[in-house]
Ligand binder design. Structure first.
Ligand code: PLP
Length: 477
C-alpha cells in the first residue's frame, strides 16, 4: 500500500504544484506593486493560531490558506524599497534551486554523491571570488552568527587544543574587537564558556574603525593581568555604518602578537568582488578565519553563510569526532569519508550549496559584482541627496552600503521625531529602513543589499522623510 505521506493522486498534486510555482513567480515579479510592508490583520493572526491538525486536509485547501494567510504578510525584504537591518532579497533562480533541492532532500554530511561535489566546488569558487587562500577549508552554514562562532571555536582550539578534552578549567581567555562588533561575538563568548567579559570591546575612531593603539594597550594590560588573549576580530563592514577596520594593520598586529585573526565579513567581504571597493577590505585574505553571509550581499534566499579557515588541519581537529556508524568503508556510498561534520557543528545538513551553484552559474559573478557596485553607488547618491537637503542630516560616513541620517529638529525632540518618521514610513508601506543609535542620536538607517532598488526608490524615501518630518514636527511656540 502506498504511503499516505506521498500524494494519492500525483496528477492532482502536479496541478496544485504548477499553480503554486506560477503564483510564486508572479509574486516575485510584481513585488514592487505592493506596499513594502503591512501589519498582520487581527483576523489573520487569529486564523493562524489554530489547533493541531490531527487529520489531513486536501492540498488545494492548505495552499489556498497559505495564499490568504501567509503569503501577503512578510516583513517585506524582497521589496525594492526595503533596506532594514541587513536583509537579502533572494532571486527567482535561487527560489527554483530551493524547490529542486527540496525534491532531492540530499543529506550533506558527505558520501559519494554529486551534491557533496557541488558544495565543495562552490566553496572553491567562493575562495577564488574573495581572493582567500585556496588551501583553506570551508563549510556552508545557516548564517554569519554560526559562521563566526565556528571561526572563534577554531581560534580557541588553535590556542589550546587541550580544551576539547578538559574544558576551560581556570583559563581566562580573551577576544578583541571594536565597540562596533556585531552582537554575535558576545553570544559566541557566552556559548563557548568564555563568558561575555572575555570579549574586550576596543574604542573606534571617527570613521568607526578600531583604534589600534587602544587594542595594543588592552592586549598588553590583559597579558600583564594573567589573561590569555587568543583572538582579534576584524570587521569588514560593521552592522551600524559599514565601516571596515584596517585589516592589514590588524593582520600585522596579530602576526606580531601571535594571535588568531578572525574577520567578520558578513556582508562587507563581498565588496571584494568590485575592483574599486576591494582596497577597503584589503587584508581580509590574511585572516586565519573569514566568516561571511550569502543571504545578504550574495542575494541568495535564507539561509546561507560560509566560514573559511586557512589552516585546514586546525579546522578539522576542532570538530572531528568518531563514531562507528559514520566510518567510511571500502566501497559503496560511504567509500568517501564524511567531510562536512568535521568542519563545523552540524552532522545532518541540507543542500544549501545548490542555490549558490545555480545562482552563480545562471547569473555569473559579474552580475553580483555589478549589483554590489550599484548598491554602493546608489548609497552615495542617497548620501548626496541627504547632504543637499537642508532638512536632513547625515549621521555617519558612508564607506559602503549603509546610510544613517535623520530629520533635523531641536535636539530634545529629534530622537522621538525620527522614530515617529520611521514608524510612519513603515506603517504607510512607503519604505522600510530600520534604525540605530549613533552617538546617542536616533538614526534612520538604510542598508542597501537590495538588487531591486533604483535611485527613484531613494528619491521616494527622501521626499517622504521630508514630508513626514515637517508634518510631525510640532512647531516651537
Ligand atoms: C556584521 C555582521 N556580523 C554578523 C551578523 C550576523 O549574521 P546572521 O544574521 O546571518 O546570523 C550580521 C547580521 O546582520 C552582521 O551585519
Amino acid at each position: 500500500m502506498p504511503s499516505e505521506l506521498d500524494p494519492k493522486d500525483w496528477n492532482a498534486f502536479r496541478a496544485v504544484a504548477h499553480q503554486a510555482l506560477d503564483d510564486a513567480i508572479t509574486y516575485m515579479q510584481t513585488v514592487g506593486d505592493r506596499p513594502v510592508w503591512r501589519t498582520v490583520p487581527e483576523d489573520v493572526k487569529k486564523a493562524l493560531r489554530e489547533p493541531l491538525p490531527e487529520t489531513g486536509q486536501p492540498l488545494e485547501q492548505v495552499y489556498s490558506q497559505f495564499k490568504e494567510l501567509v503569503l501577503p504578510y512578510p516583513n517585506g525584504n524582497i521589496h525594492p524599497r526595503f533596506w532594514g537591518w541587513v536583509m537579502g532579497t533572494g532571486s527567482p533562480t535561487a527560489m527554483l534551486a530551493e524547490m529542486l533541492g527540496g525534491a532531492m532532500n540530499a543529506h550533506l554530511a558527505g558520501y559519494d554523491q554529486s551534491p557533496s561535489i557541488v558544495e565543495e566546488q562552490t566553496l572553491e569558487w567562493l575562495k577564488q571570488m574573495l581572493g582567500y587562500p585556496m588551501e583553506a577549508t570551508g563549510v556552508l552554514v545557516s548564517g554569519c552568527t554560526t559562521a563566526n562562532l565556528i571561526g572563534l571555536a577554531v581560534a580557541r582550539h588553535a590556542a589550546d587544543p587541550e580544551i576539547r578534552a578538559s574544558g576551560l578549567g581556570g583559563r581566562q581567555m580573551t577576544v578583541y574587537g571594536s565597540t562596533e562588533t556585531h552582537s554575535w561575538a558576545a553570544k559566541a563568548c557566552e556559548l563557548m564558556g568564555l563568558g561575555k567579559a572575555a570579549l574586550r570591546l576596543v574604542p573606534v575612531d571617527s570613521d568607526f574603525r578600531i583604534k589600534l593603539d587602544d587594542l595594543a594597550a588592552q592586549v598588553a594590560a590583559d597579558r600583564a593581568a594573567g589573561m590569555q588573549p587568543f583572538c582579534v576580530i576584524g570587521n569588514a563592514g560593521t552592522v551600524n555604518t559599514a565601516a571596515t577596520d584596517d585589516l592589514n594593520a590588524l593582520a600585522d598586529f596579530c602576526e606580531r602578537e601571535d594571535l588568531w585573526f578572525h574577520v567578520d565579513g558578513a556582508f562587507g567581504a563581498l565588496a571584494a568582488l568590485v575592483p574599486k571597493l576591494r582596497p577597503q577590505v584589503a587584508g581580509m585574505e590574511r585572516a586565519d578565519s573569514l566568516a561571511f553571509d550569502l543571504h545578504k550581499w550574495g542575494y541568495l534566499p535564507y539561509e546561507i553563510a560560509c566560514i573559511f579557515v586557512r589552516d585546514s588541519a586546525v579546522h578539522r581537529s576542532t570538530f572531528a569526532t568518531k563514531a562507528h556508524y559514520l566510518n567510511a568503508i571500502a566501497g559503496g556510498v560511504a567509500r568517501e569519508p564524511l567531510v562536512f561534520p568535521d568542519l563545523g557543528i552540524q552532522l545532518s545538513r541540507g543542500f544549501r550549496a545548490l542555490k549558490l551553484w545555480m545562482a552563480l552559474k545562471n547569473q555569473g559573478v559579474d552580475a553580483w559584482a555589478r549589483a554590489i557596485e550599484r548598491n554602493v553607488d546608489d548609497c552615495q547618491y542617497l548620501a548626496a541627496r541627504i547632504t543637499a537637503t537642508p532638512e536632513l542630516e547625515l549621521l555617519a560616513p558612508v564607506p559602503l552600503n549603509i546610510v544613517c541620517f535623520r530629520y533635523r529638529a531641536p535636539e530634545a525632540e529629534a530622537n522621538a521625531l525620527n522614530q515617529a518618521i520611521l514608524v510612519r514610513l513603515q506603517e504607510d508601506g512607503i519604505a522600510l529602513p530600520s534604525s540605530t543609535v549613533i552617538d546617542g542620536k536616533f538614526a534612520i538607517r538604510v542598508a542597501n543589499t537590495n538588487h531591486r532598488t533604483s535611485r527613484e526608490d531613494f528619491d521616494v524615501l527622501v521626499e517622504a522623510v521630508v514630508r513626514l518630518g515637517s508634518s510631525l514636527l510640532v512647531p516651537a511656540q
